[in-house]
Design a protein around this ligand. Sequence first.
Ligand SMILES: Cc1cc2nc3c(=O)[nH]c(=O)nc-3n(C[C@H](O)[C@H](O)[C@H](O)COP(=O)(O)OP(=O)(O)OC[C@H]3O[C@@H](n4cnc5c(N)ncnc54)[C@H](O)[C@@H]3O)c2cc1C
Length: 289
Amino acid sequence: MKPASFEYHRAHDVAEVVELLVELGDDAKIIAGGQSLAPMMNFRLARPSALVDVNPVSGLDYIRREGDLLRIGAMTRHRDVEISRDPEVHDGFAVLPRAARWIGHYPIRCRGTVGGSMAHSDPTAEWCLLALLHDASVVVQGPRGQRTVPVAEWFTGFLTTSGEYDEMVVETQFARPRAYGALTEYARRRGDFAISAVGVAFDKVDNRLTDVSVVLGGVAGVPVRATEAEAMLEGSPATPETWVAASRNAAASVNPPSDLNGDGDYRRQLVETLMQRAFVEALAEGARR
Ligand SMILES: Cc1cc2nc3c(=O)[nH]c(=O)nc-3n(C[C@H](O)[C@H](O)[C@H](O)COP(=O)(O)OP(=O)(O)OC[C@H]3O[C@@H](n4cnc5c(N)ncnc54)[C@H](O)[C@@H]3O)c2cc1C
């Protein structure tokens, strides 16, 4: 399939991107890695009248630690995070490089961007789950200036965000570093989007779990926090009994949709299994460091 015709513009800095978005109106779209937008255009699921190519914009591909914040520039490719050996990333955010390897296939990871993924906001996208897991904020720039949106307010529905048509995502700020973290998922074929996914992050004091986050993907139109399960886990001993009980609670707390990839009950059962695996993996990886 080929896309419908469109105008093509290249922008060289963020100000030019914003100017073009304002001028072209809400039928125009930014194209970054093109790994979601191009297939959607080819299938005619998206028919933008114009594309603003942001690949020439420099200065937005970085991974920077500032205190408890890990700042990732919008044009950072998935692969750049996957292969990062920076101790500032691994100390508290080690789940990010480990989870990035689950994104699609190698060429997709070399091309697709973190900002593009946050803007596209697929409910099983690794970056969206990791953002919720780490209480991230999305920084956007538009004609009214820059604003920082907490991720809980960013995802508003399936493939929908609170970003405006004339704003560009410029950075994602991951917060709340923790010693233990894992993202587990199940897809029929390696490289496919997950049917269900679970992310966990926590610290451990005297063998008790603290500062616990649990996020679930593929169970609703947006990634969700398993808040009741988090409360059960907080302060509990780091034993299989603890996370088996909490994973049952997390699975029971969701009502996933059914589609060709699996019915709601199947996704719920996956959540239970994946969450238990996530705790085992997080503890094993944490002990290795
Ligand atoms: C076969 C296949 C398998 C895949 N598997 C996975 C997977 O397992 N997990 C996963 O997470 N992803 C997967 N993807 C998608 C991939 O990760 C994309 O790279 C990602 O979803 C979007 O990033 P992009 O830079 O390619 O964005 P694009 O495709 O260029 O854009 C996507 C959307 O975001 C908007 N956009 C892009 N950048 C910005 C910005 N800076 N500011 C505002 N709006 C912006 C665009 O206008 C468009 O609406 C897969 C893709 C394919 C083709």
